[in-house]
Design a binder for this molecule. Structure first.
Ligand code: MN
Length: 154
């Protein structure tokens, strides 16, 4: 918590100043898994509160800030699921193949706890993956229905 004041004054999405490394648990997992089930979709998952909050994104994650993608919230998955790749057997839930499309860490853009942003239905975060290295937002539009979009760079 030593750098709390320093960080509180800065928006690291806008400034290139360093955030400092000692954020402890602040860098959490994100993963996007390409899931060839009955219908192809991408499962977008963020580590929140010790689980992977999960969304099925039929069209996948867009890197174009003008494109909003439907993201349907699904059940929480265990953190270990972020490493899962392989075949889900015929007849099982989600039968088909799962491959990791991108994986890395994310960081909330605002100082507000991500759990609170989740509860409010508006999350903004930086993804640090291999393919995705940008700010994104998830916006709840109704119940389980969210929109996933890339944030414009400032
Ligand atoms: Mn899936």
């Amino acid at each position: 918590m030593a750098l709390e004041e320093y960080r509180k004054k800065r928006d690291f999405f806008k400034t290139k100043e360093p955030e400092g490394k000692d954020r402890g648990k602040a860098s959490s997992i994100f993963v996007v898994q390409k899931h060839k089930a009955r219908t192809l979709h991408y499962d977008f998952r963020l580590e929140i509160g010790g689980v992977l909050k999960s969304w099925a994104v039929p069209k996948g994650v867009s890197t174009d800030p003008s494109v909003k993608r439907l993201a349907v919230e699904t059940e929480d998955h265990p953190l270990e699921y972020a490493d899962f790749e392989g075949k889900i057997p015929e007849g099982e839930y989600g039968a088909g193949t799962v491959e990791i499309w991108d994986k890395g860490t994310y960081r909330p853009i605002k100082e507000k706890p991500i759990q609170q942003s989740y509860d409010d239905g508006l999350m903004e975060f930086m993804l640090h993956g291999k393919k995705l290295e940008a700010g994104y937002a998830l916006i709840r539009t109704q119940k389980k229905q969210w929109l996933l979009k890339r944030l414009k760079e400032v």
